[in-house]
Design a binder for this molecule. Structure first.
Ligand code: BGC
Ligand code: CA
Length: 302
């Protein structure tokens, strides 16, 4: 395995939500607290960004054009070219300090995304005030889980019969039976549990993706590591170490979907650490030779 830097210090706050776009051969990602959406074109090397003006937690392309972004408590259509933003809806109006966190689309183009409470410091949010939602193709929001602390990464098995979902606190990844035609989830169970594991090595489970063999690639905050894990046994199959502690998410990309792109955060890294110990915090990394491949990412069809 070899880790390289794609964009040094691309994010000044919390890099997140990497999405490989097949059409433009680009990596899209966000810098949450900065409120920026980024595009890095792998063919030209161009790096472009749009400042949305509010915390922006994920970006996924929309079949009809443009993107859907999570922005504060809003889901918003963003037109990259005109920079126009149009609100689809606002969630949790009674909890104005909450915000959306990670989001992704399922194989038929529904959007799944969750919220979290305001953090006093990384991974210390107002407890149990978040939710996990599904936005259907008619742009109607459905609550799939409540009492969420930090809603985080998600991914599906290749057969779309299982949804994996990171609930960052209590440091667990859940699996659900997933019914693709209806979007129903059921039979919640824990497949990865870090509650008894040392924080400095395992950290907080965050964003994730899965490969064509249904193994999970889990980026972990405070851990410096991405783990490849077998969700059937909970066994760690491979560990990738990075020169920064706060890894936030990962996705497959590149011409053959065999490169892993990883985002990172500077939040919780002191100015002194940033200068001396982890000057690459906030960078985008790429990992080659991982002996795994992913599938192209899905987009919102509403
Ligand atoms: C959130 C951060 C949080 C981190 C660790 C990220 O997905 O956006 O706010 O601190 O996870 O749990
Ligand atoms: Ca995340």
């Amino acid at each position: 395995m070899s880790v390289s830097v794609v964009l040094k210090n691309a994010c000044t706050t919390c890099g997140e939500g990497p999405h490989w776009d097949e059409t433009t051969k680009s990596l899209f990602f966000v810098d949450i607290i900065a409120g920026d959406c980024h595009q890095w074109n792998s063919q030209t090397g161009d790096h472009d960004k749009i400042h949305t003006g509010n915390p922006t937690s994920f970006i996924v392309p929309r079949e009809k054009g443009g993107f859907v972004i999570g922005q504060g408590l809003k889901l918003v259509h963003l037109d990259w070219h005109t920079k126009t933003q149009k609100t689809i809806l606002t969630a949790e109006k009674d909890k104005p300090t909450n915000r959306f966190n990670d989001g992704k689309c399922d194989a038929v183009g529904r959007l799944w995304a969750g919220t979290m409470g305001k953090e006093k410091q990384p991974a210390v949010p107002d407890p149990e005030v978040g939710h996990f939602y599904m936005l259907d193709k008619e742009q109607k929001l459905h609550t799939m889980k409540d009492k969420v602390n930090i809603s985080n990464g998600l991914t599906w098995t290749v057969d779309n019969r299982t949804l994996f979902y990171t609930h960052s606190l209590p440091r667990k990844v859940f699996a659900y039976d997933f019914d693709l035609p209806s979007g129903n989830i059921s039979n919640e169970r824990v497949v990865i549990d870090f509650t008894e594991k040392p924080m400095d090595k395992f950290g907080i489970p965050d964003g994730m993706t899965s490969d064509l063999n249904d193994k999970i690639w889990l980026a972990c905050y405070f851990s410096s590591r991405v783990f490849q894990i077998d969700p059937e046994t909970g066994k760690i199959l491979q560990t990738i170490k990075f020169p920064v502690t706060n890894l936030t998410s990962c996705c497959f990309g590149g011409p053959n979907y065999d490169e892993l792109y990883v985002t990172s955060s500077t939040i919780g890294v002191t100015a002194d650490e940033l200068k001396h110990n982890q000057p690459l915090a906030g960078s985008i990394f790429k990992v080659n030779n991982i002996n795994a491949k992913g599938a192209p990412a899905t987009v919102y069809q509403g």
